[in-house]
Ligand binder design. Sequence first.
Ligand code: ADP
Ligand code: MG
Length: 273
Amino acid sequence: FGARAANERSLAPLRVDPSSAGAAVEIRNVSKRFGELAVLKDVSLSLPPGSVTAILGPSGSGKSTLLRTINHLERVDAGLVAVDGELIGYRRDGDTLYELQERDILKRRADVGMVFQSFNLFPHMTALENVAEAPVATGRSSRAEAQAFGRELLARVGLSDKAGSYPRQLSGGQQQRVAIARALALRPKVLLFDEPTSALDPELVGEVLDVIRELARTGTTLVVVTHEIGFARQVADRVVFMEAGEVLESGSPAEVLGVPKHPRTGAFLAKVL
Ligand code: ADP
Ligand code: MG
């Protein structure tokens, strides 16, 4: 990518070129290394607005790194990522891309919510305080507005009665539902889930998947890294199978899960099913 400008200004939204117009997330020819290790190798995906994409693949295949490039927690070495037509981490000036400054990156990152395997709630805050924190801290809402919307979001994830509870007073499934409400508080255009049920006891997995299923119905663009094949089959529009930093195949659940083209996909599915 092009040179770094000495003194970046705050920027008007820029649209990526028309071939990706309309995609909620456009990942084009993205490569990323950690030292000698090529973690993402020329990955391209185009996710329509309102779509639900499930990413499957063995441990170490680059799934988390790919998610992290979408909100610029990882910088790509080559290629580009755009969310709702806006480049992540860069601005374009003619044919040159300039890296954005931290301040602008943070602003843009609010478009992309993320939910982690390990909930990551603030332990000293109640459920409602956790959900209301970011809109207030980023100056987007008054505390009163953030709390009113926070209560609405807690109701959406079925936790109206837990607004005043602290994380330690909640089950893992309830904590993860608070984390989802918190991710929604900034009204993101895209929501990323990195193995959202992997840390849960089996009996708590369903309540979290139900919330994600409901979000899918309401038209939020979702990307879910998961080993829950049944969930992927029912809820995803598209299934992406990754191995060793590459997208080996992607398609409808019926295609990828039903009649995998790549023998590695079949071998993986045989192990997790
Ligand atoms: P997955 O989520 O599919 O398990 P990851 O994206 O977490 O895979 O990791 C892909 C590869 O990159 C792994 O080999 C992992 O060890 C390596 N990796 C991830 N993050 C870093 C990092 N910050 N520094 C060095 N290597 C990393
Ligand atoms: Mg991972």
